[in-house]
Design a binder for this molecule. Structure first.
Ligand code: PRP
Ligand code: ZN
Length: 286
């Protein structure tokens, strides 16, 4: 079978999570220690470790079939590639930031200012859309030090935790766009490679669903069973089994992380006991 060539970031914000995703999807990688290439022994893929900014071009040129990249990179420049799956990690935003001592009332602040950025394309569009007239200073790295050394009045850059801004005496004043890791693919992969890609996305979805859901087991007094089942509907419906102790049942179900603590509080109020919450290894969606 033809191997699907996947470009992933060699080192940086996306690389650990990207590799972890393959491991969790059950894809074994030989010499996965970030050499140039890593081949899987049990799935038809080959990983190429590349600088993140170069990944879209590799995919566009079909040197790689697909790639994992920050959305920010493909928003900055248009490439003939398509986003086939959103991965949900490496979430960040692209924002405008200014020295923290500056007063800020509105976007008009940026009129006549000089803004340093590695994302001139996204910034230019934002300025145009908002009828702002600022001077874009394109630099490739260490953007956050630009105001401090007098190179610019403001910056436009990736903000994740915000600690880079704080340690450079800057404050975020406008969020322009959100970003996360996405899977991109070349436009015409061919039938065989498309099949491998579908299978890969299927596995990634199972991994993601497993992360955001927990298996829950609890003991319920029979007179509260209906109410408890209402609180934890599960995938189809919960499993209910009688306990040896009369008047009690054991309830098994699946719970989404987003509603987790609310549900636990309700279950306690309804008299549920012996609540166990168990991580799910994989969750197959169909
Ligand atoms: C980005 C950005 C900041 C930092 C922000 O760099 O340029 O330096 O992350 O993160 P924080 O808000 O958590 O401090 P990144 O590591 O992505 O490198 P790159 O822009 O060169 O790819
Ligand atoms: Zn980069």
């Amino acid at each position: 079978m033809e191997k699907l060539k996947i470009a992933i970031q060699k080192s940086g914000r996306l690389s650990d999570n990207s590799l972890e995703l393959f491991t969790e999807a059950g894809i074994n990688l030989t010499n996965g220690n970030r050499r140039l290439i890593s081949v899987s022994s049990n799935f038809p893929v080959e990983l190429l470790f590349i600088r993140d900014d170069d990944i879209p071009q590799y995919v566009a040129d079909k040197v790689a079939d697909i790639g994992i990249v920050g959305e920010n990179v493909i928003l900055e420049k248009l490439y003939p590639v398509r986003v086939v799956h959103r991965l949900g990690f490496a979430r960040c935003r692209l924002s405008l930031a200014i020295p923290k001592s500056e007063d800020y009332f509105s976007r008009d602040y940026f009129n006549g200012k000089k803004i340093a950025t590695s994302y001139p394309g996204i910034l230019k569009k934002y300025l145009t859309d908002n009828h702002l007239n600022a001077d874009i200073h394109h630099i490739s790295g260490s953007v956050e030090i630009a105001p401090g050394i007098g190179l610019a009045d403001a910056i436009f850059d990736i903000v994740s935790s915000g600690s880079t801004l704080i340690s450079n005496g800057l404050k975020e004043v406008e969020k322009v766009v959100d970003s996360e890791a996405v899977l991109i693919a070349s436009n015409d992969l061919g039938e065989e490679k498309n099949k491998v890609l579908d299978n890969l996305i299927f596995r990634f979805k199972a991994v993601k669903a497993a992360h955001s859901n927990k298996y829950i087991v609890l003991n319920a007094p029979n007179d509260k069973l209906d109410q408890i089942i209402n609180v934890i509907p599960g995938m189809k419906s919960p499993t209910v089994m009688s306990l040896a102790l009369p008047g009690w049942s054991s309830v098994h179900s699946v719970l989404n992380e987003s509603e987790f603590w609310d549900v636990i509080d309700k279950l306690k109020e309804l008299g549920a006991q012996g609540i166990l919450v168990i991580p799910i290894e994989k969750m197959i969606l169909n």
